[in-house]
Write a protein that binds this ligand. Sequence first.
Ligand code: C6P
Length: 425
Amino acid sequence: MTTSALPLPPQTAVVSPPVDALDVEAVRRDFPILRQTVRGKPLVYLDNAATTQKPRAVIGTISEFYRNENASVHRGVHFLSQQATFAFERARGRIGKFLNAGDSSEIIFVRGATEGINLVANGYGRPTVGPGDEIIISHMEHHSNIVPWQMLCEEKGATLRVIPVDDGGELVLEEYERLLGDRTRLVAVTHASNALGTVNPIEQMIATAHARGVPVLIDGAQGVPHMRVDVRQLDCDFYVFSGHKLFGPTGIGVLYGKRNLLDDMEPYQGGGSMIKSVTLEKTTFADVPTKFEAGTPNIAGAVGLAAAIDYVNDIGLDRIERYESTLLDYATQRLEEVPGLRFIGTAPEKVSVISFVMGDAHPHDIGTILDAEGIAIRTGHHCAQPLMQRYQVAATARASLAFYNTRSEIDALVNALFKVNEVLG
Ligand code: C6P
């Protein structure tokens, strides 16, 4: 097909109304990586659902920690160890406050959302789930919130029940209510879908489960980066998230759990730190949170995550939410102009995640053409294969936005997608 036969990209609006009080150019200056060029073009980073970039405040805090405070925690009487322990526990306190946990002991440091869910599957699931019992998940879960429950069900002779998703990408709540039964031992659902963007009505879903005495785990990996989360208002029993999706470092994440549940749970891993006493015959375990933190933790990671939370709080989650929502509307509207583009996930309540396919174009080819333009998106199944099967696609292209993204970056994406049509059309 010749280029001239294709529709031209529409002109960008000349006057862009102010999006919000958020000063995005000032925000961008906080993120050194965003200044670089990729393949000779300014980097347009739209893969924030995979991992977010790190502000100077986080990079600097980690560097300062290693420069001035580094030592092992909870072990030494020496000065540096006490400094490091103070920084580590202070980070726990700030994260507890961020989630509005009742007590900082309800914050368990883990490697990320995946490890948090595995911890609950092992520590809570194994002792409480038996043959014939049921665990409810949804069809839009990331593999991290499917596989650990499948493994548990297999081991225990239990059954995994699945809340269906409708064509637009919303959970079918009548089905959810129908699935909740006498044998349900736990509900595990995502706050927001990494592949569709859908924000689930988790407060309502938690209340429905609690009315039947069923505890609820929320996978907050795609929730906390975009909205204020108050675990006590939600009344969730467990909430997990990954630091690296919240502008913090990789290798650190959080499991929030209600104290009474954590107290009754089995430890997940054995080793140093998590014990009260050890003889060759028997071990007694430390109290929470230490019981769940075997081995030397990711101290710098915890401190860096707290710095990321301070950074986000300084900007203001409400402003971030408003800015991203306006940017999402703009992006959705502009992407509708691209011939042949079809959204996967059109729920009214969405975080700034946009999945799409384009005719017969393979998403990896779309991603490769965009990469040549300096634009980073994710293509593939997004670790949500059952969801891809639900929509009968092998993969999607996904642009996921953060509060440092701009309208002109969306325009660059749209222009590059017109090129995709030229090349692959
Ligand atoms: N999603 C993406 O969508 P970890 O790898 O433990 O930091 O996070 C796992 C995870 C759990 N739940 C949801 C909803 C997620 O989105 C993710 C990670 C990434 O690109 C990687 S597949």
